[in-house]
Design a protein around this ligand. Structure first.
Ligand SMILES: [Zn+2]
Length: 66
């Protein structure tokens, strides 16, 4: 699941779709609803490393600190 726009939580769930078919999410911590923002991989080296490396880190703690 994507991180909440507030940047403070990865506790998000799918919450239906908007009219053009994009996935909508809702944050359980602050209640905000948002559409996933796709960014160029070259501008998110940290996300790239998340995908390409084995998940050995406590990801939730990592995302909270981000
Ligand atoms: Zn939130």
């Amino acid at each position: 699941m994507p991180v909440c726009p507030s940047g403070a939580s990865s506790h998000t769930v799918k919450n239906g779709h908007i009219h053009n078919g994009k996935q909508r999410f809702k944050c359980h911590d602050c209640g905000r609803q948002f559409i996933e923002q796709r960014r160029p991989a070259s501008r998110s080296p940290y996300l790239l490393s998340l995908i390409t490396r084995p998940l050995r880190l406590p990801v939730y703690e990592w995302l909270k600190s981000w």
